[in-house]
Design a protein around this ligand. Structure first.
Ligand code: GLA
Length: 406
């Protein structure tokens, strides 16, 4: 996909009237400024339940969030993904389908547990699963979410591409991208106009360098890639595609490498750990997507490792950068509040021999002499030294927090 650098001011000049209006800031624009000051944490229904999700599953997830200690570890949002939508009535108001008989009641249930509720729609006529989406009803839908007490919207491109982009601007890629940006701005403004703080999550798979224009449409996060899957290849590919995006992340606006698959599929314990480590290094939203009532203790231990969560939630809000790669070992570092530093050394190799031992080059990551730190997976103190031989099992990651790097 060609990257079209964006200056929204310039863009407004060439947009049709409706789109120009859509990009105008609304008076209530201050409402959402305080959301997502650190990357959103919570749980989303899609990775485990997909189209099967029901109101009861959402209630169970809320209960489990509390009883497992996940809420107290920082997980807040319970996000309903696709397939809650019913039909619009004669006034255009969208109703829920029979799986979700009472959305307001569900929001109350979630809020009563100290949690927040997320919902899902898209700019097209249909969602990815073929349910009603928001095309032509953006203001109406945003008001409805606010009335229900929704705190988070994931807005997924889906049919908008065919319904509008390809229909209105055939063979005009730049024109298609302008239509897409205008549609995301329209819902961004509609959410702002409700006056209710709602996290606005863009899901259009990273097209058109969304990280460059996301903040201008009031987005708090934006997907950078296609859908994650519960296998190592998918997770590793997504990690590779985050290199270079650090500068676009910060308080209130985050790159989103997609939801967590920790505890799903056939990921090994090392792979689950690496997935969680790297998402935390990347200042990614931590949206668990596993079967909470049947969560294994070792998976709960990963998701609730407070030291690792603290890396993700660090107040400085600086995403990690990949500093160097040697063979199949990658070294990522992240500056933390108070001058601390996180170092993640990922052994992405399938060959268990070639990368062992890995010799750390401290100077390459800007450190000089022995560094005292904490291994955040063992919880033990650790000293990193120049040219140190490190044994990191394949698909595992060493994650060290250095409080006072030298
Ligand atoms: C897309 C999104 C997924 C999920 C599904 C729902 O594929 O990328 O995260 O929301 O749609 O239909």
């Amino acid at each position: 996909m060609k990257v079209v650098p964006l200056a929204l001011l310039g863009l407004a000049l060439s947009l049709p009237a409706v789109a120009q209006n859509a990009t105008k800031p609304q008076p209530q624009a201050a409402a959402a400024v305080t959301v997502a000051q650190t990357p959103p944490m919570g749980w989303n229904s899609w990775n485990f339940f997909a189209e099967r999700v029901t109101e009861q599953d959402i209630k169970n997830a809320a209960d489990q969030m509390v009883s497992t200690g996940m809420r107290d570890a920082g997980y807040v949002y319970i996000n309903i993904d696709d397939t809650w939508e019913g039909e619009r009535d004669s006034t255009g108001v969208l109703h829920t389908n029979q799986k979700f008989p009472d959305m307001k009641g569900l929001a109350d249930y979630v809020h009563a547990r100290g949690l927040k509720l997320g919902i899902y729609s898209g700019p097209g006529a249909k969602t990815c699963a073929g349910f009603a989406a928001s095309l032509g009803h953006e203001d109406q839908d945003a008001k409805l979410y606010a009335e229900w007490g929704v705190d988070y919207l994931k807005y997924d491109l889906c049919s908008f591409r065919k319904d509008v982009m390809q229909a209105q601007a055939p063979n005009d890629e730049a024109g298609q991208m302008r239509l897409m940006i205008a549609a995301y701005a329209k819902m961004g403004n509609a959410l702002q106009a409700t006056g209710r703080p709602m996290v606005y999550s863009l899901c259009q798979y990273g097209w058109d360098a969304v990280w460059e224009w996301g903040p201008e449409v009031h987005a708090n996060l934006w997907r950078t890639t296609g859908d994650v899957q519960a296998n190592w290849m998918s997770i590793y590919e997504i990690i590779e595609r985050q290199a270079g995006l650090a500068k676009y992340a910060g308080p209130g606006h985050w790159n989103d490498p997609d939801m967590l698959e920790v505890g799903n599929g056939k990921l090994s314990l090392a792979e689950n750990r690496s997935h969680f480590t790297m998402w935390s290094m990347l200042a990614a939203p931590l949206l668990a997507g596993n079967d909470l009532p049947n969560m294994k203790p070792e998976i709960k231990a990963i998701l609730t490792n407070r030291d690792v969560v603290a890396i993700d939630q660090d107040k400085l809000g600086k995403q990690a950068q990949r500093v160097y790669v040697e063979g199949q070992v990658e070294v990522w570092t992240r500056p933390l509040a108070g001058g601390a530093k996180a170092v993640a050394i990922l052994n992405a190799g399938d060959d268990r021999v070639a990368t062992h031992p890995f010799h750390l080059d401290l100077a390459k990551i800007g450190l000089h002499g022995p560094q005292q730190g904490k291994d955040l997976w063992t919880g033990q103190p650790v000293t990193l030294t120049e040219n140190q031989a490190l044994e990191i099992k394949h698909h595992d990651t060493l994650l060290v927090r250095i409080p006072q790097p030298k």
